[in-house]
Design a protein around this ligand. Structure first.
Ligand code: HEM
Length: 1017
């Protein structure tokens, strides 16, 4: 996502644009000889350039949509007059100048724009959306941000283009480009605000606010709290009680516990560091009434079990079934009979592979549990008691493990009082890095579960298939907790026995087993390719270097098994991050602005434009080192979209001019001996990286999983041969299912089936009744209810304050959960209205008091903070909208940008944290180098494999693009899928679906798949 915003939605009392101009003048003064306006143009030009590619080495391009298809029948056909009026609105919008980043979090942009802006970027339809005055972001109504119907047909049909020619593409005179770029500008502005207002680290917050030695907090890059403690085995190695800096073996590869990713802050992101927060500490744990604001907001209405989580689950989350006897609470019919049927609301553009992918990711990023357990000492009741609702009062859960719950210290700064941390903190029990720790381990115990191939210790152990190819991971034997003394056992929780051996074995499912197998095969494929190269050219330079002797070339023949294993881990982790960023996410958020935004996070918008790329690289480098927090942070993230986050700082050139990267004789001076080169591409924005609790909240994505998995066979792919209950694919059952039917059949099956929409009334029945024998009581658990309990235990603000904290507009009552664009008799509108009624019953109403201020995170146009009445008359009966749990709220959001599988509230959490996950990781920025990855590994990540870039035929959604990274991984690891994968563009889009010309969400079969059973009704 790129560039700055040329909108001004409210008066700030300052000359419009002055902040940006002042910033630009100062920050480029010394060596970047560009005027502020040139910089602004540069960043806007980033958007005007052809669409981004997937790797710096190839030349993907954008093909005009109209070259491939006629315009959509429902596309916008504005008249000449309307077109002229929209252009005049653009002039007024530009005259309004740039929006300033506010000083106060209460004055944020909220994703809402002025009338001129909406008019310019989306014409009449955008104005109509604005007029509805909903809480939801405006960019979704701009031209070309949806499917073909969202485009301006006048332009697509050619007459505007014939008027202004190719120039219209470049200078964004054309309406579709205005819409897409406008959306990107809104999103980027949101990211700038999020970086400024939403970083709250539990270990270092006081320094963030107060700064240190005259340097503002947001520019700090080193923190004492992230030193290794004296009891740490590597304490002396990193410098003991002197200045700590990682060196030598500790910086060569991703370490087991995640230490030394940042070489100056050894403990950052390591296993068992506390989760961070994205919301003000004072607003956490609202049910405990720590502040007047939280007391005003919620009265005495809340506690851990009020309103009752299982009642919420049963009434608001349950999937209604039209034929309950065919669903059987998610257990289907005997013999996996395909006549079984469980209703679920399915997303036409996202498949079940995508559901399990994100579960696979979460196991890498975060966990609150210790070896699959919470606090073992206690079991608390988790069930409601109304039999009519299917309550199970005998359900039990273990309370969360708490790291710190003593009252937090506070400090004063600039006349305000702050808490140093949240009232309670929780440790992330895995590494926070995107380091594939779910496969490779995150502590000693988990590492013991990772099996290496005895024949080639650089490889992971996989049992061979009949043809000798890599097959399946070995299975765990009995747990050492239950095995008799002296017998063989594994270091595992007893319930994991019989499932595949892996570092992170908790909540093992069919999809998790699938991905562990596929990426273990990918690991071994890399080792094989490396060994092949080594055999062919044993004396050649492998690219790898040892920091102890950085100049010494390491030849292929010299690379040890362990070195190769660790290089393979780097490659696998980077491939996973790449797949997630440019394949999974653009399908989760299936529209053009997000396609561009995600690709720019990875490659940059300027991949094909070396001049601009070079210029931006230098500007970004200067900004990072600036000690002005506004420069260093706000605009850094904006301009980083030019060169991209991935690989940032991984090349260094001599000279001080912006043109030195372009010099024909340029030499990359990056050196392993220089710590500034090794670490210098990262940026933590003044707040050390770890996931915030709020991130976990929005990844509670359990509705994605259907109750029944539709099993197909490669020899008859259109037929659903069996319906297998997802619950059978849990723990050891997952491993049995994977082996019984094979990786190829499961890839096909999960690839063709749609996943469950994230909405109310769409949780799997099986998850509400999940077998949990070790929890006694009913021996079952309602995971949907547990999701709510966990958020409350961890003090996540309730939905409305959650939105305010993240810079989104608040709701004023439950009726905001009804989509006002739907006709009154529309079935979906009726469904929403029914759910709203149930919410009103569960969460209730109260007589409001306008004297009670409920938040300082938001101010209305008159400058007033919201009060208990939220705009309703004082003393009137209002909805307890403030009490709605975050998960309930984001599931209930009725209006979403086109192709969004998640809600806008989830998305905003993602904007901030997804890019930080890349910005903070040295191995994705300045240490993305052959010295760590090997030459082959470096190429592998850039090209999606060992054999160069392979381009996709055609121009999907108007883009020329390489064959996607996950498709390449599947082609390598499951060769039997070759034919089935042929027409697949994005592995996470249902494989038999016709993708249409431009972000279609239609559920229609692609040519050749017309007889697929899934399209039968
Ligand atoms: C068959 C599929 C799945 C099963 C059986 C399952 C089961 C569970 C269980 C038992 C927990 C532990 C709750 C606790 O004690 O705190 C959990 C937590 C969680 N699950 Fe799932 N899950 C499934 C799929 C998914 C998927 C597709 C996602 C997508 C992201 C997901 C995301 C999460 C998250 C974010 C947590 C909380 C983790 C934490 O607190 O650190 N799960 N799940």
């Amino acid at each position: 996502m790129s560039a700055v915003r040329e909108d001004a939605t409210r008066s700030t009392g300052r000359r419009p644009g002055s902040l940006f101009l002042r910033w630009a003048r100062r920050s480029v003064r010394q060596s970047v000889r560009l005027s502020a306006r040139a910089l602004l143009l540069a960043s806007l030009a980033a958007l005007a350039l052809p669409a981004v590619g997937q790797t710096p080495h190839e030349s993907p391009d954008e093909a005009p949509l109209t070259e491939q298809a006629g315009s959509h029948p429902e596309a916008d056909h504005p008249s000449w007059m309307q077109t002229w009026q929209a252009l005049r609105a653009c002039r007024r919008m530009l005259g309004g100048g740039l929006l300033e980043v506010p000083d106060d979090r209460a004055d944020r942009f909220l994703g809402k724009v002025r009338e001129d802006t909406a008019h310019c970027r989306g014409g009449r339809r955008a104005l109509a959306f604005l007029a509805l005055d909903t809480p939801w972001v405006d960019w979704q109504s701009y031209w070309a941000t949806g499917d073909g119907a969202s485009r301006n047909a006048r332009y697509d049909e050619g007459w505007i283009r014939s008027l202004v020619g190719g120039l219209s593409e470049r200078i964004h005179a054309n309406p579709n480009a205005r819409g897409i770029d406008g959306a990107l500008l809104d999103l980027e502005f949101a990211r700038v605000e999020l970086i400024k207002f939403n970083l709250f680290d539990n270990l270092t917050y006081a320094e963030y606010v107060r700064g240190r030695d005259g340097a503002p907090g947001p520019t700090l890059r080193r923190w004492d709290a992230l030193r290794l403690p004296p009891e740490h085995p590597q304490y002396e190695a990193v410098g003991g009680d002197g200045e700590q800096r990682c060196r030598g073996e500790l910086i060569r590869h991703r370490t087991l516990t995640g230490i030394c990713n940042d070489i100056d802050n050894p403990r950052m992101g390591a296993t068992r560091t506390p989760f961070a927060r994205n919301v003000a500490f004072t607003e956490t744990f609202p049910d405990q009434g720590h502040t007047e604001l939280t007391r005003n907001r919620h009265g005495e209405r809340l506690d851990l079990m009020t309103p009752d989580p299982q009642r919420i689950s049963r009434e608001l989350f349950t999937r209604p079934q039209s034929r309950p006897e065919l669903c059987n609470q998610g257990r289907g019919l005997p013999g996996h009979d395909p006549a079984a049927h469980c209703d679920y609301q399915a997303a036409p553009f996202f498949n079940v592979l995508a559901a399990y992918w994100i579960q696979f990711m979460t196991h890498d990023w975060f966990s609150h549990l210790d070896e699959g357990e919470n606090d073992r000492r206690r079991l608390l009741p988790a069930g409601c008691d109304d039999p009519a609702l299917g309550c199970r009062p005998e359900d039990r859960f273990q309370p969360s493990l708490v790291a710190e719950d003593s009252p937090p210290a506070s400090f004063d700064h600039a006349g305000e009082r702050y808490l140093e941390r949240a009232h309670r903190t929780f440790d992330n029990t895995v590494t926070a890095w995107w380091d594939a720790s779910q496969i490779y381990g995150y502590d000693e115990r988990s590492r013991r579960r990772v099996m290496r191939d005895p024949e080639d210790p650089a490889k992971l152990r996989l049992e061979p298939l009949a043809d000798g190819a890599d097959g399946y991971l070995p299975l765990f034997g009995p747990s050492c907790e239950t095995a008799s003394e002296g017998s063989d056992c594994d270091p595992i929780h007893p319930v994991w026995s019989g499932q595949e051996a892996a570092a992170f074995p908790d909540n093992w499912t069919l999809g998790i087993a699938f991905y562990h197998t596929v990426f273990s095969r990918e690991h071994n494929a890399f080792v094989d390719a490396f060994r092949e190269r080594a055999a062919a050219t044993p004396e050649a330079d492998s690219g790898l270097r040892d920091p102890a002797a950085p100049e010494r070339v390491i030849r292929y023949a010299e690379v040890s098994d362990d070195e190769l294993f660790e290089a393979a881990r780097l490659v696998v982790a980077a491939m996973i991050a790449k797949i997630h960023t440019i394949e999974w996410t653009p399908q989760l958020l299936y529209n053009e602005p997000l396609y561009r935004g995600m690709n720019s996070n990875w490659n940059g918008l300027l991949a094909e434009h070396p001049l601009m790329d070079g210029v931006m690289n230098r500007v970004v480098a200067r900004l990072r080192d600036s000690d002005d927090d506004r420069h260093a942070n706000a605009w850094y993230s904006v301009l980083a979209a030019g060169p991209g986050i991935f690989g940032m700082g991984s090349e260094r050139y001599a000279g001080h001019t912006v043109f030195s990267p372009l010099h024909p004789g340029r030499r990359d001076l990056w050196s392993l001996a220089d710590p500034e080169h090794v670490n210098g591409g990262t940026n933590h924005f003044g707040s050390p990286f770890n996931f915030p609790e709020e991130f976990i909240t929005v990844y509670r994505l359990h509705p994605l999983v259907p109750d029944l998995l539709e099993l197909r066979r490669l020899d008859a792919p259109d037929r659903i041969a069996h319906k297998v209950p997802a619950v059978e694919g849990f723990r050891a059952g997952a491993s049995d299912l994977l082996r019984d039917h094979g990786v190829a059949d499961w890839a096909l099956s999960l690839g063709r089936q749609r996943l469950g929409l994230l909405t109310l009334g769409n949780h799997g029945q099986f998850l509400q009744n999940l077998p949990m024998p070790h929890l006694e009581g009913s021996g079952r658990l309602d995971i949907a209810a547990l999701d709510i309990i966990r958020d409350r235990e961890r003090g996540v603000p309730r939905f409305n304050e959650f939105r305010r904290q993240y810079g989104l507009r608040q709701l004023t009552g439950f009726d905001d959960f009804i989509d006002p664009r739907l006709p009154a008799d529309h079935p979906e509108r009726r469904r929403q209205a029914e759910l709203v009624e149930r919410m009103r019953e569960i969460y209730g109403q109260h007589e409001c008091d306008a004297d009670k201020i409920i938040s300082h995170a938001y101010r209305d146009a008159e400058g007033n903070y919201p009060n208990d009445c939220l705009g309703h008359p004082d003393g009137s009966l209002v909805d307890n909208i403030e009490d709605v749990d975050a998960v309930v709220g984001w599931l209930a959001e009725p209006v979403r940008p086109h192709g969004f599988a998640i809600s806008e509230t989830q998305f905003v959490v993602f904007i901030l944290n997804a890019s930080r996950r890349l910005f903070s990781d040295r191995f994705f920025t300045s240490s993305f180098r052959p010295e760590f990855y090997t030459q082959l590994g470096h190429e592998w990540v850039l090209n999606n494999g060992p054999d160069g870039v392979v381009m996709e035929a055609g121009t999907p959604n108007g883009h020329r693009q390489p064959v996607s990274p996950m498709k390449r991984v599947l082609q390598r690891s499951v060769p039997g899928l070759a034919e089935e994968l042929e027409p697949v563009i994005n592995v996470f889009d249902p494989w038999a679906r016709d993708r249409g010309d431009y972000y279609s969400l239609e559920w229609t079969p692609r040519p050749g798949a017309e007889s697929d059973d899934a399209f039968a009704d």
